[in-house]
Design a protein around this ligand. Structure first.
Ligand code: FAD
Length: 415
């Protein structure tokens, strides 16, 4: 336990439902459920305002997802954060929070704690050292703001009366304000639950149907055979689906395809749809092949293509999908077929790897029931939802943490 304010009671003691004014109950100004990115930020901000804050976390540690994020280095924000990159049924909901708490604000915090960082690419900021430094920073800030963190704490019921009565495996707690920061469904083995959705429904809010996002695709049959042969091969590409396009790497895996371009596009894909892949983005392949017909007429098509794409890929594709001929034997139709295969390769994923490996959960607590300024539930004063639990989802690259910080920060001013 992180604090000197124990909320632990004898788990078997509360046989009759306690009354809200029971003098034996711990009373806090604010209870935050979930010690992840958004919950810690919300608690820190509320604590700085002089509110007495308790975080209830069911896992054995705070910030577990931060620890595994960005390959252990935490891609904690993105310099190019703009509200229009976020997915939501209500695209303008995130504008308010994201403009009040910007990447520069989080960077200032990181710099205040002397955490070295760098831009890896595309505005993505990572720790030079370890994601542990970000968790340490948040825990230090929480301690400075007198926030109490109770780990191993499972909330069993929440009731509204004079404040919120929260029953836990460690006894009851009463709070004037309650912030739900329990995240989405991604990576259940790390403690992810649908808890926030249950609380939302209990208090009359809608939940936008959820699905895994930023997740590898799985395949079957011949496609899977090909991908397995190519497992480990990575190719820069543009992957597109439903008007969304991402130019990054594609990675073949033993289950299907992954890599940043595929993770990005997966958030825009629905079951049954095709994904289109341009393996030579910005490159005029037909013109190049015609040029090579003149310059190297005897060369094999595969040799010419191997100068542009990984040899393993060209060989595997060559067996089924590319003409096994010399350049001077290719007809104009052959050239357009080859160009089509490589520049508009259509893949029909069988599915995704699901929440087991998804980086985020799309959908969540419906923003129509929340204030974009305070993150508070419109019909239930004192109840707030922050972070990934809310129907706001960013692309890969630090955007999801930026939403967690920003929504936590804003709610922290009002809880
Ligand atoms: C492998 C991986 C890598 C990622 N890398 C990045 C990255 O580099 N950059 C980026 O921007 N985003 C990244 N993300 C996404 C990012 O981690 C999340 O969007 C972000 O953590 C959401 O913050 P949150 O506080 O809303 O939820 P979470 O961080 O998930 O925190 C929720 C907390 O609530 C707790 N909790 C859940 N249910 C209960 C309950 N019933 N009672 C009590 N506690 C509960 C959980 O244990 C957890 O501590 C990554 C995600 C994954 C899975």
């Amino acid at each position: 336990m992180h604090s000197s304010h124990p909320v632990a009671h004898d788990p078997g003691a509360a046989k009759t439902p306690p009354h809200h004014n029971d003098p034996g109950l711990e009373r806090y100004d604010v209870v935050v459920i979930g010690a992840g990115a958004a919950g810690l930020m919300c608690a820190i901000e509320a604590g700085k305002r002089g509110r007495r804050v308790l975080i209830l976390e069911h896992a054995d540690k705070a910030g577990k997802k931060i620890l595994i994020s960005g390959g252990g280095r935490c891609n904690f924000t993105n310099l190019h954060t703009t509200p229009d990159v976020y997915q939501s049924q209500n695209r303008s909901f995130c504008v308010s929070a994201l403009t009040r708490y910007r990447p520069q604000d989080f960077i200032a915090l990181v710099e205040k704690h002397h955490i070295p960082y760098h831009e890896k690419k595309l505005g993505q900021l990572f720790c030079n050292g370890s994601a542990r430094e970000i968790v340490r920073m948040l825990l230090d800030e929480a301690e400075a703001a007198n926030v109490t963190i109770q780990l191993y704490c499972r909330v069993t019921t929440i009731r509204r009366g004079d404040g919120f009565l929260i029953e836990t495996n460690m006894g009851p707690v009463v709070a004037d304000s309650l912030a739900i920061a329990t995240g989405g469904l991604s990576i259940p083995q790390m403690g992810a639950t649908g808890f926030a959705y249950g609380v939302a429904r209990q208090f009359g809010l809608n939940v936008v149907p959820t699905r895994p996002g930023l997740v590898p695709f799985t395949s079957r049959g011949q496609a899977l055979e090909l991908f397995r042969r190519l497992a480990g091969v990575s190719i820069p590409c543009t992957a597109s689906c439903n008007d969304a396009s991402f130019t990054e790497n594609l990675l073949f895996t033993h289950k299907g395809i992954s890599g940043p371009a595929i993770l990005q596009v997966s958030s825009h894909w629905q079951e049954g749809e095709q994904v289109h892949i341009d393996l030579l983005p910005g490159f005029d392949l037909p013109a190049h092949l015609k040029e090579q017909q003149a310059a190297r007429p005897k060369a094999d098509l595969k040799t010419i293509l191997s100068a542009l794409l990984p040899r393993r890929f060209v060989e595997a594709m060559g067996e089924t999908s590319l003409p096994d001929r010399a350049m001077n034997q290719l007809s104009p139709k052959d050239i357009s077929t080859v160009a089509h295969r490589l520049k508009d390769w259509s893949i029909s994923p069988d599915g995704t790897e699901g929440y087991r490996t998804a980086e985020v959960t799309l959908g969540g607590v419906d923003t129509t029931g929340l204030s974009s300024k305070t993150l508070g539930a419109s019909g239930m004063p004192g109840l707030f939802f922050v972070g990934e639990a809310v129907d706001v989802t960013g692309p890969l690259g630090g955007y999801n943490f930026q939403w967690a910080w920003a929504s936590g920060y804003c709610a922290g001013q009002y809880v």
